[in-house]
Design a protein around this ligand. Structure first.
Ligand code: IPE
Ligand code: IPE
Ligand code: MG
Length: 243
């Protein structure tokens, strides 16, 4: 691990874990093996985030659009998630990780829903790192579900400010991501955190997700540190008149 100044470490890192299929293809293996390797990469990166005192890690595991994949790949992914929960849940809990699932749970099986509930409830008191697993998640879904909840809560139209709507977004408990990493070489959002990424810094890596490790994470954090975040203002901030 590089010696990273704590102030320059992002509080919230979001990752599009892409490139599993290509990793497998390069090895003449079925895509499933790329996803399997991808789970191990995730556990490595969770540990790396803990070591760097990152507070929130949000990973894109299955998008609202990934149902378009062949049914054997989709069922393989669902099985893999169940296996990953039973294999790693206790270890993640011991590491101090709080797990939250973000996404539409309606469409997943009862078994998977039960596993998600168990993952969340058994880790809810942990405080070192919040791992948000975006599953059956889409940025557009999130905005629509937030609007629906606001309407159901009786929020009048003129009270529906940006701050108010944020309260209904799936990750209202977390600050917006500081750093957004996409592995696998594609330079697009693919419907990830559309609302929350308004002022997030983007880093795109050609590294395929199963090969993503500490060195690649540090390279992304290093790139983040060179960015001048202005949030629409100017840097350095002008001294106020009369100050
Ligand atoms: C990302 O890897 C994992 C999921 C979408 C579940 P891909 O499966 O998209 O891998 P590539 O992009 O085909 O290599
Ligand atoms: C985004 O990757 C979704 C996840 C990593 C879970 P995709 O592989 O589905 O994105 P596209 O289809 O290349 O845009
Ligand atoms: Mg992909």
């Amino acid at each position: 691990m590089q010696n990273l100044d704590k102030a320059a470490v992002p509080r919230h890192v979001a990752i599009v874990m892409d490139g599993n299929g290509r990793w497998a293809k390069k090895r003449f293996l079925p895509r499933f093996f790329g996803h399997k390797q991808g789970v191990d990469a995730l556990v490595r990166i969770v540990q790396a985030c803990l070591d760097r005192e990152i507070e929130y890690l949000t990973v894109f595991a299955f998008s609202s659009e990934n149902w378009k994949r062949p049914s054997d790949e989709v069922s393989g992914l669902m099985g893999l998630v169940l296996a990953a929960v039973s294999r790693y849940l206790a270890r993640l809990g011991d590491m101090g990780v709080r797990i939250r699932i973000v996404g539409d749970r309606e469409a997943v099986s009862d078994k998977l829903r039960a596993a998600w509930n168990e993952a969340e409830s058994s880790t809810e008191h942990n405080t070192r790192l919040t791992l948000n697993v975006a599953f059956n998640y889409g940025g557009r879904w999130d905005i629509v579900q937030a609007c629906r909840k606001a309407i159901a809560a009786g929020v009048p139209a003129d009270a529906l400010t940006e701050a108010k709507l944020s309260e209904f977004m799936a990750m209202s408990y977390a600050p917006d991501p500081d750093l957004f990493i996409r592995t696998g070489g594609e330079i697009r959002i693919s419907n990830f955190l559309l609302w929350q990424a308004a002022y997030t810094e983007f880093v795109f890596s050609d590294c395929l997700w199963p090969e993503f490790g500490e060195a690649e994470l540090d390279a992304a954090i290093q790139a983040f540190r060179t960015r001048d975040r202005r949030f629409g203002g100017v840097n350095p901030q002008p001294v106020a008149q009369g100050a």
